[in-house]
Design a protein around this ligand. Structure first.
Ligand SMILES: *[C@@H]1O[C@H](CO)[C@@H](O)[C@H](O)[C@H]1NC(C)=O
Ligand SMILES: *[C@@H]1O[C@H](CO)[C@@H](O)[C@H](O)[C@H]1NC(C)=O
Ligand SMILES: *[C@@H]1O[C@H](CO)[C@@H](O)[C@H](O)[C@H]1NC(C)=O
Ligand SMILES: *[C@@H]1O[C@H](CO)[C@@H](O)[C@H](O)[C@H]1NC(C)=O
Ligand SMILES: *[C@@H]1O[C@H](CO)[C@@H](O)[C@H](O)[C@H]1NC(C)=O
Length: 340
């Protein structure tokens, strides 16, 4: 009898421990399942986040020019080993090449001064402002070779710590006369393109007229300036209200639009990013996007330049009524409204 009781007792223990083991096993399975679900969910979230980021970085939607246009950028940014002839480069650090394509009075001077405040960016200004550098294709290619090999010394050259080398090229400085050959050069050397444009080209027109007025008037102590570094100076300059020729206004705006469109078409297949002046003013994160595009470490960038024309456009144009009447109800009407 005692033996039987002992046996039953043993069986009970086995069953209980089996039950216990089963319970533990169940618990383990449950924990595993939970961990697995959490893991899957988090990687899913991460993937979505990365995808969103990539979408954000690689696709730019251009909303101007009557249609929406999504432009793809190749994620590869070529590295390049400069071989300067004019000095010894101590580091063997490779660099990335870029060009800022823009138009006069678009705020690109401000943009470039922001870029140059990055310790690893050397953007050499409007190097094709000098006519002899763009007289023919040979001189253009020579100039490109010199700037990208760091042989063109400008005020913003930073030799050894440079990780990105570029310059500013205005669309009317020989760029649109040899698009095929220049495109070839860009593809061969892996030059990344930053389009720096204005959404409101009417504002650009005001800036052009005011600037050409100041070339003669020299409002600031008899010196002509294109960019200013204080609010007082900006106010003084913005007091001049240009009168806009409404006879040619629509065709002038049309010409600017078509030049920009052509440039976007010609250089569409380069690795590029489009930055609008207006977006940069509203959202400084655009600069981070540019740093990422150039694959540079992120830094706080700053500029001393101050904006000249502020507030609604109507306050900056002498014959506002005529301008409004000319553009109202046309495709250019949107230029009357927006600020900046
Ligand atoms: C191109 O322009 C340069 C001056 O910048 C000149 O010396 C050269 O002869 C020109 N070449 C041709 C092929 O016209
Ligand atoms: C940027 O410049 C700093 C300072 O000269 C240097 O230490 C650093 O390596 C540079 N970064 C890159 C990516 O070249
Ligand atoms: C305005 O533009 C028209 C057409 O281009 C031109 O004929 C006219 O002379 C211009 N007016 C002024 C004041 O510049
Ligand atoms: C640029 O290329 C893309 C795709 O190749 C095309 O859809 C788009 O219309 C082009 N944009 C311009 C301005 O030519
Ligand atoms: C422009 O003109 C239209 C119609 O003539 C008028 O309704 C509108 O208020 C004007 N806009 C401005 C900003 O003056």
């Amino acid at each position: 009898m005692a033996e039987f009781v002992h046996f039953v007792y043993k069986v009970a223990i086995i069953i209980r421990s089996r039950k216990k083991r089963l319970r533990v096993l169940k618990l383990l399975v449950l924990i595993c399942a939970i961990v697995y679900v959490i893991y899957i969910y988090s990687t899913y979230l991460k993937r979505i986040c990365i995808e969103k980021k990539r979408e954000f970085l690689e696709f730019q939607v251009i909303k101007t020019f009557h249609y929406n246009n999504v432009i793809y950028q190749s994620p590869i940014a070529h590295l390049h080993q400069p071989k300067p002839k004019t000095f010894n480069r101590y580091t063997r650090k490779p660099v990335r090449l870029f060009v800022i394509m823009s138009m006069q009075r678009s705020g690109s001077g401000w943009f470039e001064s922001l870029l140059n405040s990055h310790m690893n960016i050397s953007s050499n200004g409007e190097i094709f402002g000098q006519k002899k550098r763009r007289q023919n294709l040979t001189s253009i290619i020579n100039t490109l070779d010199r700037v990208y090999n760091m042989d063109l010394i400008t005020s913003s050259s930073k030799n050894d710590c440079s990780a990105a080398i570029g310059f500013k090229w205005m669309l009317n400085q020989g760029l649109m006369e040899h698009p095929k050959e220049i495109l070839d050069y860009f593809s061969k050397r892996g030059v990344s393109v930053i389009f720096f444009l204005r959404r409101n080209i009417m504002r650009r027109l005001v800036s052009i007229l005011a600037n050409s007025f100041d070339k003669d008037a020299r409002v600031l102590n008899g010196i002509h300036v294109s960019h200013v570094h204080s609010h007082g100076e900006a106010l003084l300059l913005s007091r001049f209200k240009p009168t806009i020729n409404v006879t040619s206004l629509k065709s002038d705006l049309g010409k600017i639009e078509s030049t920009v469109m052509k440039a976007l078409e010609y250089f569409n297949c380069t690795r590029h990013i489009i930055v609008y002046y207006e977006d940069l003013i509203k959202n400084p994160y655009k600069l981070t996007q540019v740093e990422d595009f150039l694959k540079l470490p992120r830094m706080k960038l700053s500029s001393r330049q101050v904006k000249i024309h502020k507030g609604p456009l109507s306050g900056h144009i002498n014959n506002w009524k005529d301008v409004n009447n000319t553009l109202f109800g046309t495709t250019y009407e949107r230029y009357l409204k927006s600020d900046y």
